[in-house]
Design a protein around this ligand. Structure first.
Ligand SMILES: [Zn+2]
Length: 188
């Protein structure tokens, strides 16, 4: 499955390989934009099913995703598991449940994201569920590019692990080889 997942990303232009300037200013040899793979319903469906297969044993009663990046895959995972799919949105810098979404102590919540990078939004979404009284049972993502540095205390299920190098421009080996630099669109 890991190779298949990266193939879906490549086929839809969601994984670019080359030499990129990220919005952080760092240079990288890879660029991920999961919205480009999730725009294809059959790919979104397959990825949602794959995450559901790996997390069904946790017996979640709801999926909670941080907006915006997690919403599409969260919906697909919820559909595959047959449970509610909720999302948390940022208001004045804090993630929260809006739109009448409710979680209670009866809920076993799976946090779902597209890509886990630092684990920050996963932790925040878990806090939202915990603050609502629910039980957070795990986290899942299509891609884990965290290099296991998230410090998450939750079990994490990812379809693929992807190391994405990030270099200071002056230490960038691609610059050193004069590989042309591109600046992709909005960062995932
Ligand atoms: Zn460079």
């Amino acid at each position: 499955m890991p190779d298949d997942v990266l193939d879906l990303f490549r086929q839809s232009g969601a994984l670019l390989e080359g030499h990129f300037r990220l919005s952080s200013g760092l240079h990288s040899d890879r660029y991920l934009q999961s919205a480009l793979v999730l725009q294809y319903p059959e790919f979104a469906d397959a990825l949602g099913e794959a995450i559901a297969e790996r997390t069904r044993h946790l017996q979640p009663t709801a999926v909670l995703s941080p907006a915006l990046g997690g919403i599409v895959i969260g919906q697909e995972v919820g559909r595959a598991l047959g449970v509610r799919a909720l999302f948390a949105e940022r208001q004045e810098g804090r993630l929260m449940l809006r739109r009448g979404f409710v979680l209670s102590e009866a809920d076993r919540v799976l946090i779902v994201e597209d890509v886990i990078t630092t684990g920050g939004s996963t932790r925040e979404a878990a806090d939202v569920a915990t603050d609502a009284g629910a039980h957070v049972i795990g986290a899942a993502a299509i891609v884990d590019r965290s290099r296991a540095l998230t410090g998450l205390s939750l079990p994490l299920f990812a379809l693929v692990k992807l190391e994405v190098a990030a270099y200071q421009p002056e230490a960038c080996p691609l610059c050193a080889r004069d590989v042309p630099l591109s600046k992709p669109g909005s960062r995932s």
